[in-house]
Design a protein around this ligand. Structure first.
Ligand SMILES: Nc1ncnc2c1ncn2[C@@H]1O[C@H](COP(=O)(O)OP(=O)(O)OP(=O)(O)O)[C@@H](O)[C@H]1O
Length: 314
């Protein structure tokens, strides 16, 4: 679909020690972050964590107080004229003429691009083919959102910044956007996206960065982040009333076990294959017939809540 320019060895995005405060309140505190070429990096964090501020510094809309931001090897503010045609930015309703039709708007943006994508194809890919002649103000919120994405992509950018690209979209539209982002990556486009949706991050991202109060609290591939320092859970279904204290004594330090409901035991700690074997062996020694032993993997959401706190912050 797209043919990004090659020959530039610098990462798509690189932030070194980036700091940004508003009225003395630190929004981003010394952030280091790299988006490799042809990768999708998802920036996660609770409300107010500093995601949008970070993305806006990459887009050249905000100047960092300290540190360096490089986008395709360039300074997003000093080199904005050179960068503009090479990056895609999804603006929420920005610059839209309420009376103009969806197709006209996309064609207008395409007319500024050297080698635009076919706008009819792009509208179709985003489920907007039937909205081509609909005035902007008559588009639903989800359609406006997808049109903003189409405008960001029509110039075949090498790198796109997507701030909550599927917020407010229904499941079907979300899937179309996911497919498109996946296709972009396959074509060598780099993507920096923010999201509140854990399934979106797990589905799309090559790399995840979880930030809280402007600082990184976890990063890595989705499986690295969910494994990281990961406490697991073993659910054992067996006859009621077993002495779990004796079981814990056979397990590595740090494990706990309890009978959550009669006959349903929870064993918590860093679950490894040998821990599963130890639990089974202990039951055999007690001549206890186990109905089920199940390892519960922690989800990204579990890890996120654990790292950033369970309460929602306004
Ligand atoms: N222009 C601004 N003026 C003053 N404070 C700001 C400004 N922009 C952001 N902030 C503050 O900086 C912090 C980080 O905000 P930011 O919008 O980057 O967070 P976010 O992670 O994108 O949050 P959300 O998930 O709610 O969109 C917040 O405390 C916010 O109030």
């Amino acid at each position: 679909m797209t043919t990004p320019r090659t020959g530039n060895a610098s990462p798509a995005v690189r932030l070194d020690g980036v700091v940004k405060s508003f009225d003395g309140v630190r929004a981003v505190g010394g952030l280091d972050l790299t988006v490799e070429r042809a990768q999708v990096l998802a920036l996660l964090g609770p409300n107010g964590a500093g995601k949008t501020t970070t993305v806006e510094m990459c887009e050249g809309f905000l100047r960092p107080d300290a540190g360096t931001v490089r986008v395709l090897g360039l300074d997003p503010i000093a080199d904005s004229a050179a960068l503009r045609p090479r990056i895609g930015v999804m603006l929420q309703g920005g610059g839209a003429y309420p009376g103009s039709k969806a197709g006209e708007m996309l064609d207008l943006v395409a007319s500024y691009c050297a080698d635009p994508l076919d706008s009819a194809w792009l509208l179709d890919s985003l489920g907007l083919a039937n909205a081509r002649n609909t005035p902007y103000r008559r588009l639903s919120g989800g359609q406006q959102q997808r049109l903003a994405l189409a405008c960001a992509l029509v110039g075949r950018p090498e790198l796109v910044f997507l701030d909550e690209p599927t917020a407010g979209l229904d499941a079907q539209a979300r899937l179309l956007v996911w497919e498109l982002i996946d296709a972009l990556r396959r074509d060598g486009v780099s993507v920096l996206l923010t999201t509140h949706l854990m399934d979106e991050a797990e589905e799309l991202a090559d790399q995840l960065v979880i930030i809280d109060k402007g600082e990184i609290v976890a990063s890595g591939t989705p499986s690295e982040v969910t494994r990281r320092g990961s406490e697991g859970q073993l659910r054992v279904s067996a006859p009621a009333g077993l002495g779990v204290d004796a079981l814990v004594r056979t397990l590595p330090e740090g494990f706990s076990a309890r009978e959550a409901t009669p006959g349903a035991y929870l064993v918590e700690g860093v679950v490894t294959p040998s821990v599963v074997a130890s639990v089974a062996a202990w039951c055999a020694e007690q001549d206890v017939l186990v109905n089920e032993i199940r390892v519960d993997q922690r989800s990204l959401e579990d890890v996120f809540l654990e790292l950033t706190g369970k309460e929602l912050r306004g």
